[in-house]
Ligand binder design. Structure first.
Ligand SMILES: *Cc1c(COP(=O)(O)O)cnc(C)c1O
Length: 357
């Protein structure tokens, strides 16, 4: 892939902002270079200083766990920032187009709209797999990104590697694989393929398996060339100091995270078993994620019933191929039990109602 060919014109010419912490990176005793408050802050003294714009320590810790060189890691304010930066770096507003495969994560479309980029749709097949032929038929000279979500939100399944590899081999733009749910999947991450494909971008996040959605921290793994362009375009201090510290701390607890992943996967499989027994549930789609997609009779009625019980799930009943579907996050043991009880209560109420008619 010719990176120069797909990089936006103004970004090619852009000279990155050079922050105070860029110009001097060593250790000093007196910092009078960034107009911070030298007296401290109402909180702890530490936060009066700007954070590391390059997140060096954090990238080294991620590199060790993910087996990806630090120079191939970009860190964003959530994956959502990575998505936006990919548009702003590689797509020309009013000219470029991208391909998405619905039903899928909504931010690819929203971000395309914000950046005035045409979005072309290649719906997943009935089996929720990529329609490679359709994707290829939509590609033209102005196609810059193919968005692939695997495991996919909201369907929960992983995409076939052979299909993704076909696209990587034949497409001259970026193939972005969003692996937000990869830790819950039977499939391995595509980060291992970065060596072989310079048009591959793999996104992961701290928001799901790592349990840190509140921090807003996302990762993009890609070639050094792609990462250095994203670095140039991002706001200099996009990851704040407390977030960098907390994420570093969390990264030392991989064992605990792996235990949680195992527990969630076990509870997911249990929940699937229970739901599949219920007459109300028409189908539970196989899940590689920490949520399940279930086809439910009278999905919208059930949704509102659950809300009244204080239980919020995601109503996906108006989504293509996912009609009458609810997307349900795997909760704690107690929460899952409450959900199942609420389904039972709905069925009882429905029975009573139909008797009285
Ligand atoms: C939850 C989710 C993300 C996470 O986004 P963050 O901005 O990192 O919280 C990314 N992609 C998909 C498909 C998701 O479902």
């Amino acid at each position: 892939m010719d990176l120069n060919k797909i990089t936006r014109e103004n970004i090619k010419k852009l000279k990155a902002y050079s922050s105070a912490r860029d110009e001097f990176q060593g250790k000093a005793e007196v910092y009078l270079d960034a107009n911070e408050n030298s007296l401290g802050s109402p909180l702890t003294k530490w936060y009066n200083r700007y954070p590391d714009p390059h997140q060096v320590a954090l990238k080294e810790a991620i590199s060790a766990i993910k087996q990806v060189p630090a120079s191939q890691i970009f860190i964003g304010h959530g994956s959502d920032e990575c998505i936006d930066l990919l548009y702003r770096s590689f797509c020309e507003p009013g000219k470029s187009n991208v391909i998405v495969c619905p039903p899928t994560y909504g931010m690819y479309e929203v971000s395309a709209g914000i950046n005035d980029i045409e979005m072309r749709e290649a719906p997943l097949t009935r089996a929720f797999q990529l329609d490679v032929e359709k994707i290829e038929s939509l590609v033209d000279d102005d196609t810059r990104i193919i968005w692939i979500c695997s495991p996919n939100n909201p369907t929960g399944n992983s995409m076939k590697y052979s299909d993704v590899e076909l696209l990587l081999n034949n497409f001259g733009g970026l193939v972005v694989v969003d692996e937000a749910y990869i830790n819950f999947s039977r499939q391995r991450s595509l980060t291992g393929e970065l060596k072989d494909y310079d048009n591959l971008v793999v996104m992961q996040t701290f928001s799901k398996a790592w349990g840190l959605a509140g921090l807003r921290l996302g990762m993009a793994f890609a070639s050094e060339g792609i990462v250095s362009i994203l670095d140039k375009v991002k706001p200099p201090y996009n990851i704040n100091q407390p977030t960098q510290e907390l994420a570093l701390k969390a990264l030392q607890e991989v064992g605990q995270v792996n235990d949680m992943i195992q527990e969630i996967v076990a509870m997911r499989d249990e929940l699937v078993d229970v739901l599949e027994q219920m007459p109300l549930i028409e189908k539970v789609y196989p899940s590689d994620a920490n949520f399940i997609l279930a086809k439910v009779r009278n999905a919208t009625d059930v949704y509102h019933f659950l809300v009244k019980q204080g239980i919020i799930v995601r109503n996906r009943s108006n989504v293509q191929w996912a009609g009458d579907c609810l997307r349900i996050t795997v909760g704690t043991e107690t929460e899952n039990t409450r959900l199942v009880d609420a389904f039972i209560a709905f069925m009882k109420q429905f029975k009573t109602a139909s008797h009285s008619n």
